[in-house]
Design a protein around this ligand. Structure first.
Ligand SMILES: C[S@@+](CC[C@H](N)C(=O)[O-])C[C@H]1O[C@@H](n2cnc3c(N)ncnc32)[C@H](O)[C@@H]1O
Length: 302
């Protein structure tokens, strides 16, 4: 089955979209500001003779002239972390402050956890949860390599997450970077769509709804919840938002990321969604030469 063909009605330039999905992704790293600043990291890359180019919207994201950033000294020292450009969007949208209490509900292997920690100046309290035991080791080792100390790692199903172990009742903010069908990762992993089925979509959408619902419940009134996926499927994106708008007290709010994007869709295969899902953003591979991504920002009702 040609899975991507189902998105033809949603895309402005279908030919460009398909062509971008065939191309490999650029190699992008994030400068880890817990251990280094951008100048120190780029000086070290210069010393190794590795070319770099900052991404226009985020000076700490560098496109590198090597496919193996992990073999460079600044990477080994924890000054750099390999992270796809669109993967850096949700922490920027969440915008945590040093001192906040933040929950990363689907955290492994920790690209966004460690970015959140850096944005918090490694202060406050960050809880990183994942329900897949085998993914906790890479999460921990990434956090250690990058010098993160404000972090507690927990193994739990985020749908039933309990705050009983903590001395507070709610987080200031939560990130749900949800498990998904991964359609938008096709440029990194050409086999990404091999196991695709509508029944998988239905199953994973149920998990996404449960996790997002728990994240809203676990966040204080007025706090922020960011929802993201790396898939194009409205079943896993706008439909999940539509569900949580009905189920919990929250609203979707606008956000700005200086990358080209399109609004969330309000109709899909005969279903209609709350008009405010248009405030979510869809990032298409052909617009910014990235993977595919979806991101929404929610404010918890006061
Ligand atoms: C898209 S990945 C997260 C990537 C991560 N945020 C990062 O930036 O490195 C989704 C994660 O959700 C986890 N997951 C799946 N179901 C879950 C659940 N019910 N509760 C918590 N985590 C879950 C998976 O094990 C997977 O690690």
């Amino acid at each position: 089955m040609d899975v991507l063909a189902r998105y033809e009605p949603l895309v402005d330039d279908y030919g460009a979209f398909r062509a971008a999905c065939e191309r490999p992704l650029p190699t992008v790293v994030r400068v880890n500001t817990i251990e280094a600043d951008v100048g120190r990291a780029t000086d070290a890359l210069d010393e190794e003779g590795v070319g770099w180019e900052p991404r226009a919207w985020h000076p700490g994201l560098l496109e590198l002239g090597t496919d193996s950033p992990g073999n460079t000294w600044p990477y080994f020292l924890g000054w750099l972390h390999g992270q796809e450009e669109v993967s850096a969007i949700p922490p920027v949208v969440l915008d945590p402050a040093p001192g906040d209490r933040v929950w990363d509900a689907c955290a492994a292997p920790g690209s966004k956890t460690t970015q959140l920690a850096a944005m918090m100046d490694d202060r406050g309290f960050l809880v990183a949860t994942d329900d897949t035991l085998g993914r906790l080791a890479p999460l921990r080792s990434n956090a250690e390599r990058l010098g993160v100390t404000n972090l507690a790692v927990t193994h739990a199903d985020a749908r039933n997450f309990s705050l009983a172990a903590f001395e507070f009742d709610t987080f200031d903010a939560a990130l749900v970077d949800a498990p998904c069908s991964g359609e938008g990762t096709i440029r990194k992993n050409p086999a990404a769509l091999d196991g695709w089925s509508e029944s998988f979509l239905a199953g994973v959408a149920g998990v996404q709804k449960g996790i997002l619902r728990r994240a809203v419940q676990a966040t204080r009134p007025g706090g922020t919840v960011v929802y993201s996926t790396c898939t194009f499927a409205p079943e896993e994106n706008e439909a999940v938002l539509d569900f949580v708008l009905d189920a919990e007290g929250c609203r979707i709010v606008d956000f700005e990321v200086p990358l080209e994007s399109t609004p969330g869709v309000t109709e899909w295969q005969g279903e209609t969604f709350d008009p405010s899902v248009e405030r979510a953003r869809r990032f298409w591979p052909h617009h910014n030469d990235t993977g595919g991504f979806f991101c929404a920002k929610l404010e918890v009702a006061g």
